[in-house]
Design a protein around this ligand. Structure first.
Ligand SMILES: Cc1cc2nc3c(=O)[nH]c(=O)nc-3n(C[C@H](O)[C@H](O)[C@H](O)COP(=O)(O)OP(=O)(O)OC[C@H]3O[C@@H](n4cnc5c(N)ncnc54)[C@H](O)[C@@H]3O)c2cc1C
Length: 504
């Protein structure tokens, strides 16, 4: 049992919630302050017209990491989540391609057959690609993901360890994938998973080929009732361990004295003191808005401006009057020209002219998220962060996407079939989550924003101030944020070990 120190966690995203529960279990007195009316952060939820929409994440990946977290907390995951493995894992639609549409199963035989049709000889190459991705995953998990970085030497050790395996994982994903696959279609299938990390294949290290193992080696799962069930279970576990949650409580300032965090001031003016402050809010917001003194900040604004942000997103939540038979649970439509599409997202920002899009139809698997006989669709188009736009421009883009869905995803008479529609875009990310430039996911996973080069879990300037969540180590994604919580937990209890904890 710890000393009973007081901890304030700013933000109720998955990182903040999971850390709060861990610290509560260890005997810390934890208060979690969330700006919005509900907990969950980007993994929020809303209900309308009988539909239940998960607002952000929809892919339950890395089940091993979730299991590990629940184990640590002394909980059985099956007591909280009814997980279902999706078959197929997802469906890919190609614009004007002879491939048309394919299903991916995370099944060697079935996927191998599909790959052979797309590129003869590719199924054997895929076996080798997957073998390497698996090796990368195992090395990364042990010596990279569950690791706090305190000096460049930590990173160099990792580099040496990986290079010893002859995996050239510090070249770009694009180059790495091209060594295995000749056709654009196969290259896209191997690279699309980077979108989960908010990254482009042209500037992301091939280390992240681990995503292919996560996708094809482990499969894709779904918690019945929706992703928000994960949030509910974390809150429940936190409550059991004494965490005090306060929603609609935006923090205005982290109070510091002589370079030490001593508490927070809420926007309401209320002051709360604590021994330890952990911010789960986006790091740019924490650094530039919540820390008021320049000497407490690690970087000036000019440094943040040079960071590579993950895309923002144009999202449509659609309630259909009837079923949409052409779709499975997860559906992807790839743009024709990836260079152009990624260029419009990362290099010369504009609304994507030939967009890729993702459609989740959870009602295919789960009748509880839509009224009987109706379909619940979540549509996401990755787009550049920081784009200024008017409501009219956004609505016009929505019309373009509906046209695209009608033709490319075989959804005839799409407009007449929609009974509920809500859009969510860059400005909403900014307002709802205090996200820098309306980025959907936070800092992208370029090499220079990975490991030691990513904002650390501990402030370099302010004592007793820590960071948890997608903008710190290891990075973006729900399971990755659970790992981030474990990293902060380790710091707070003085555990310097690498790799997953055996117990709390
Ligand atoms: C559209 C979308 C789709 C995604 N899809 C997937 C997916 O399929 N699978 C997956 O694993 N991951 C996915 N992700 C990524 C994943 O959702 C995030 O990486 C993860 O949820 C981020 O958690 P976090 O701990 O960083 O906190 P966040 O969710 O970012 O929460 C931070 C919280 O801090 C609060 N806050 C901010 N400022 C203040 C303040 N001043 N005072 C108090 N509170 C404050 C915010 O309101 C917010 O609730 C997706 C994300 C998005 C947006």
């Amino acid at each position: 049992m710890e000393s009973g120190k007081t901890v304030i966690v700013i933000g109720g995203g998955i990182g903040g919630l999971s850390l709060a529960a861990m610290l509560g279990k260890k005997g810390f007195h934890v208060t979690l302050l969330e700006k919005n009316e509900m907990l969950g952060g980007r993994a929020g939820l809303f209900k309308a017209n009988g539909f239940t929409f998960d607002m952000g994440p929809s892919w339950y990946l890395m089940p091993d990491v979730f299991e590990h977290y629940f184990d640590l907390m002394g909980e059985k995951i099956e007591d909280h989540l009814a997980l279902k493995r999706l078959t197929p894992s997802y469906r890919i639609f190609f614009k004007d391609s002879p491939a048309g549409m394919i299903n991916m199963y995370a099944d060697r035989e079935k996927d191998g057959e599909t790959f052979e049709k797309l590129e003869p000889g590719s199924s054997v190459k895929f076996d080798e690609y997957l073998r390497r991705a698996k090796l990368n995953y195992e090395i990364s998990k042990e010596s990279f993901m569950y690791k706090n970085y305190d000096s460049i030497f930590d990173f160099l050790t990792l580099r040496v360890a990986i290079q010893g395996t002859k995996l050239s994982v510090f070249s770009t994903m694009d180059r790495f994938v091209r060594r295995f696959f000749k056709t654009e279609t196969m290259q896209k299938i191997m690279q699309y998973t980077l979108v989960f990390l908010g990254s482009s294949p042209y500037n992301t290290p091939a280390l992240y080929s681990i995503m292919t193992y996560i996708d094809f080696g482990m499969g894709v799962f779904y918690p019945t009732g929706g992703i928000y069930k994960i949030i509910e279970s974390l809150v429940k576990i936190g409550e059991k361990n004494g965490v005090h949650y306060r929603t609609s409580s935006p923090v205005a300032e982290i109070l510091t004295e002589n370079g030490k965090a001593i508490g927070v001031r809420l926007e309401s003016g209320e002051i709360l003191s604590a021994d330890i402050i952990v911010s789960n809010a986006d790091i740019h917001h924490t650094e530039t808005k919540l820390l008021k003194k320049e000497e407490d900040r690690e970087h000036p604004e000019s440094v943040w401006e040079k960071k590579t942000l993950s895309p923002s997103a144009f999202i449509m939540y659609l309630g259909f009057k009837d079923r949409v038979p052409s779709l499975t649970h997860h559906n992807l439509l790839f743009s024709r020209d990836w260079h152009k599409n990624f260029g419009e997202i990362f290099d010369h920002p504009q609304w994507p002219t030939d967009p890729s899009l993702y459609v989740c139809a959870p009602s295919v698997t789960d009748p509880s998220v839509a009224p009987e006989g109706k379909e619940n669709l979540f549509v996401l188009v990755p787009m550049a962060p920081g784009i200024e736009y008017t409501e009219d421009e956004m609505n016009a883009y929505g019309e373009k996407i509906l046209d695209l869905m009608q033709t490319e995803l075989s959804i005839p008479n799409i407009r007449e079939r929609i009974e509920f529609k809500r859009y969510f875009c860059g400005k909403d990310f900014k307002e709802r989550y205090n996200s820098y430039k309306g980025s959907a996911l936070g800092l992208a996973h370029t090499l220079m924003q990975t490991a030691i080069f990513r904002p650390n879990t501990i402030s370099k300037k302010v004592k007793n101030l820590y960071y948890v969540g997608a903008n710190t180590n290891p990075g973006i994604g729900m399971p990755i944020c659970l790992i981030s919580a474990e990293l902060v937990y380790k710091r707070l209890i003085g555990d310097k070990s690498d790799g997953p904890l055996k117990s709390l």
